[in-house]
Design a protein around this ligand. Structure first.
Ligand code: SAM
Length: 229
């Protein structure tokens, strides 16, 4: 069981997490997801959460006080909550990090907007996470990515837990082998004979070899890491 808390200016976006695997995990009480509207912690009559950057420059920057107040409110009475700042400047998210995050009792995800956060916000969190080397206009989708990736590792969430040991990145350096289903032939492309053989030893060896080859051609960076380890 993990509790997810999301601090965001757009709580309604998280309706997406009412569906699919995550939606079912919530319904079964395996996870909870609570959104906290940052606007409620905004300053003054207009509930201001952003301001112009010192030194000039384009766009607005998120002020630290509303985020600090929201964090304090979420942390009050909650033990072992790991606070994550969603930012393209953070650690690139990997399956290894996802596994680490899944070990917490709860996660607080802070979604930014505008030109990002006042630098002092970084001192309030435990980790900074990026979902890749590109820039989105908000941290809501990155926060959902973290929720989905972490939730599916929790006991009982996946129908078949074996999927977790066989899929891409299960050992951090290998992509999954090619998968086939019916029909046996599609537009002239046949399912590899070995998969129809019923010989489980051959199938396992074929899959291991295919996973290695596929990783070497598509992700030589992962193969190099595998060879070193
Ligand atoms: N000016 C910032 C910079 O150059 O690093 C980018 C700000 S971005 C337009 C607004 C917000 O979207 C960020 O504060 C962050 O919360 C979120 N965001 C955008 N891209 C992201 C990424 N790749 N990973 C995680 N969060 C991201």
């Amino acid at each position: 069981m993990i509790e997810f808390h999301v601090i965001t200016l757009f709580p309604a976006m998280f309706a997406a997490l009412e569906h699919g695997l995550v939606g079912r995990a919530r319904a079964r009480g395996l996870i909870t997801i609570t959104t906290h509207d940052l606007r409620e912690y905004g300053l003054g009559a207009y509930r201001q959460v952003d301001d112009t950057p010192y030194g000039g420059g384009s766009g607005m920057v998120m002020r630290p006080e509303p985020i600090a107040a929201a964090l304090d409110a979420v942390r009050a009475g909650n033990r072992d909550l790991c606070a994550l700042l969603m930012t393209p400047q953070g650690e690139p998210l990997t399956q290894t990090i996802v596994r680490e995050l899944a070990g917490h009792h709860g996660l607080i995800l802070i979604a930014g907007r505008y030109e990002g956060f006042d630098e002092r916000v970084r001192s309030l969190v435990d980790r900074e996470i990026s979902i890749g080397d590109y820039v989105l206009s908000g941290g809501e989708l990155p926060a959902m990515v973290v929720v989905e990736a972490v939730a599916r590792l929790l006991p009982g969430v996946l129908g078949n837990p074996q999927s977790l040991t066989e899929e891409s990145f299960a050992d951090a350096t290998l992509l999954e082998y090619p998968q086939y289903t019916r029909p046996e032939e599609f537009r002239g492309m046949r399912v590899p004979e070995v998969l129809l053989s019923g010989d489980h030893g051959r199938i396992r060896r074929w899959r291991e070899e295919q996973a290695r080859r596929r990783t070497a051609t598509r992700r030589p960076d992962l193969s190099a890491r595998r060879e070193k380890s």
